[in-house]
Design a protein around this ligand. Structure first.
Ligand SMILES: [Zn+2]
Length: 251
């Protein structure tokens, strides 16, 4: 599952590999052709942007929007290097001078105009991006408080309240802040919400910088690293995404 850190790291990689170049664009799989991506052929990639878990590739008046969900992936290869997946399954291939980026699968790949992007229902309703350079923690606290009845673990996943956090960093941030993920947002102080938000941002920025995620509680087997007690896991929220927590450390 690609969370905001993975998408930001990918955007940085695409920026270095392809931005400023006119790209040769192909769509080996019919899914890409149906999205009309051939219209991008020969256009210059101007910017690669991560917005929460969404990747936006800006080609002047056209924008390629992708969301990888649980199953999709972008690979970056040197031109001519072998691919790790069959060519026929590639939705879009963006080839530059030395490198090419290839998208395989995922719930979303579509072409928008810059104007459609500004009014898009999915993208314009995203909450504050946890990894944005200008992230404002007080604004993020206000946004989370819009749904005060939900458990904090569930609220952190709602991209309309806060963009970028996925199932891993939901559990990790609640553990780092020693906060019970089942406590309703309305029961938490600003200080507690600030702590969990800044923990998520700090851990995700580390993951962007290093390319690695180090887990303290997510899918952890064995006793809690902090107290030696038993870790619990259970599905949370409408989507029943598994939350991991230590009932001794997190209150
Ligand atoms: Zn513990």
């Amino acid at each position: 599952m690609a969370e905001g850190d993975t998408i930001l790291r990918l955007a940085q990689r695409l920026e270095a590999a392809l931005v400023g170049q006119e790209l040769a664009v192909n769509a080996p799989n019919p899914r890409g052709r149906a999205a009309g991506v051939k219209r991008l052929d020969g256009l210059q990639l101007e910017a690669a942007e991560a917005r929460g878990k969404h990747l936006l590739l800006h080609f002047g008046e056209l924008v390629l929007h992708s969301h990888l969900g649980m199953s999709g992936g972008w690979h970056v290869y040197s031109l001519g290097a072998p691919w790790r997946r069959p060519r026929s399954s590639a939705w879009v291939v963006l080839a530059g001078r030395d490198q090419e980026a290839v998208q395989f699968g995922g719930p979303t790949m579509r072409l928008l105009t810059a104007r459609q992007l500004r009014s898009d229902a999915q993208l314009s309703t995203l909450g504050p991006d946890i990894l944005a350079a200008d992230f404002d923690v007080e604004m993020a606290i206000s946004s989370l408080r819009r749904d005060y009845t939900r458990g904090i673990g569930d609220a952190l996943l709602d991209q309309r309240l806060l963009a970028g956090i996925g199932n891993i960093f939901k559990s990790e941030a609640c553990f780092a802040a020693r906060l019970d993920p089942w406590r309703p947002v309305g029961d938490l102080s600003d200080e507690e919400l600030r702590a969990v938000l800044l923990a998520a941002r700090g851990e995700m920025r580390d993951a962007v910088a290093s390319g690695r995620k180090s887990f303290s509680i997510y899918r952890h087997r064995g006793p809690c690293r902090a107290c030696g007690g038993s870790i619990l896991s259970r599905g949370q929220g409408d989507a029943n995404r598994t939350t991991y927590w230590c009932p001794h450390c997190q209150v």
